[in-house]
Design a protein around this ligand. Structure first.
Ligand SMILES: O=C(O)CCC(=O)C(=O)O
Ligand SMILES: [Fe+2]
Length: 218
């Protein structure tokens, strides 16, 4: 019998699902698409307890994105500045719990991206509508020795990925429904943002984009 001398399977690189953004940073294309239905239902349950809200900033403005959180800590901003709080200042109660399945997924995803031992204790949930944007910033209010695992559902967005200085050149990376970005290590403090969302309708989320970021705060 003749031996097959070559594989008919396409090489792993034929579908580049895992894109390197920089040292310690990558995009996992479509990695969360299968979770969308369940996670969006959970987001609605979380938002029924701790509603999406826009927040005042120290500069006297308002955040463009509406946000809620779940887990041991939630990100808050007011005229005094921004920080993590154990309780939702809007309700006075602890934030809704971080669903164990979300946490397990985030740990597994961090491992896929090269980060073992991720121990997320919060998930920040951003709600974007057409026109909503997030200016260039660094994520530094939580532990920076742990990565950020960030996932996108719904309308497409342009992710702005710069460098360690605000003035470094910025790349624009489209993020689609189910895409995941993981950044840590030497990229943990890279400046990033989201360009103003374009109008549209998504079959799963309607005129909306959700972004979930898993982080370790305490
Ligand atoms: O919406 C995104 O993809 C990024 C969100 C973000 O940078 C943040 O919440 O700190
Ligand atoms: Fe951020």
């Amino acid at each position: 019998m003749m031996q097959q001398e070559f594989s008919l399977d396409p090489p792993a690189t034929a579908t580049p699902r895992h894109e390197r953004l920089g040292e310690g940073a990558s995009v996992l294309r479509g990695h969360a698409a299968g979770l969308a239905g369940d996670m969006i239902a959970q987001i609605r349950r979380i938002a029924a307890l701790s509603p999406f809200r826009r927040m005042t900033t120290a500069g006297g403005g308002m955040t463009s994105v509406a946000m809620t959180c779940c887990g041991a800590a939630g990100w808050c901003s007011d005229a005094r500045g921004h920080r993590y709080e154990r309780r939702d200042p809007m309700t006075g109660r602890p934030w809704p719990p971080l669903p164990p399945a979300w946490r397990a997924w985030a740990i597994g995803t961090a491992r896929l991206a090269g980060y073992d031992g991720f121990a997320p204790d919060t998930c920040l949930i951003n709600g974007y509508r057409p026109g909503t944007r997030m200016g260039l910033h660094q994520d530094g209010d939580e532990r920076t020795d742990a990565p950020v695992v960030s996932l996108s559902f719904g309308l497409p967005a342009l992710f702005q990925w710069g460098g360690l200085r605000r003035t470094d050149p910025v790349r624009r990376i489209p993020l689609l429904h189910g895409d995941v970005v993981v950044w840590g290590g030497p990229s943990r403090l890279v400046f990033h943002g989201i360009a103003a969302l374009r109008a549209g309708q998504h079959p799963v989320t309607g005129p909306c984009r959700y972004n979930l970021t898993f982080r370790q705060v305490w």
